[in-house]
Ligand binder design. Structure first.
Ligand SMILES: [Zn+2]
Length: 158
């Protein structure tokens, strides 16, 4: 029989390490498990949509992707599924005291996503969906900055 330690709370499930914290330049600590998936389904460090949600939406085919000039970023637009959520500060206080900050969550049609949040399996599946032409790419209809984990073959000459 396998014994499983009782869970104290579900909170730890939300803790994560934002890959951008660990790799980007910045004045912040490069320590794991400082970040969490917020209630609005975004990374508390970089604001990226949760990769699990992105992959689920890509499988469902109810989102379109807008490429950017960054190899690590795209925008995800709702097309017939649930709206995304965005949390932002609504107090006008310049206080450094975070307990005084007020937050509001609203529904939005678009979310941003940073590829650094994909694990290897998710990257492989993303490429698979791309190759099967199951990704809906918005203007200009292709990745003009190729996602850093993909390599596109040579463009056939016409
Ligand atoms: Zn992040």
């Amino acid at each position: 029989m396998i014994s499983v330690a009782p869970m104290q709370s579900m909170a730890h499930l939300k803790m994560q390490t934002c890959p951008r914290r660990m790799h980007d330049f910045g004045p912040w600590d490069r320590k794991p498990f400082q970040d969490e998936w917020r209630d609005d389904d975004t990374c508390s460090f970089c604001g990226s949509l949760n990769p699990v949600t992105l992959m689920r939406r890509l499988e469902a085919g109810d989102v379109a992707l807008t490429p950017t000039d960054k190899t690590y970023k795209l925008y995800v637009e709702n097309q017939g599924g649930a709206q995304f959520k965005q949390t932002y500060r609504t107090d006008h206080d310049q206080s450094g005291d975070q307990t005084k900050w007020e937050w509001t969550t609203r529904e939005v049609s678009q979310a941003k996503f940073y590829f650094q949040h994909l694990d290897e399996g998710q990257m492989a599946r993303f490429v698979e969906l791309f190759n099967q032409r199951k990704l809906k790419l918005k203007y200009p209809g292709y990745f003009y900055a190729t996602p850093y984990f993909m390599s596109l073959g040579p463009v056939p000459s016409i």
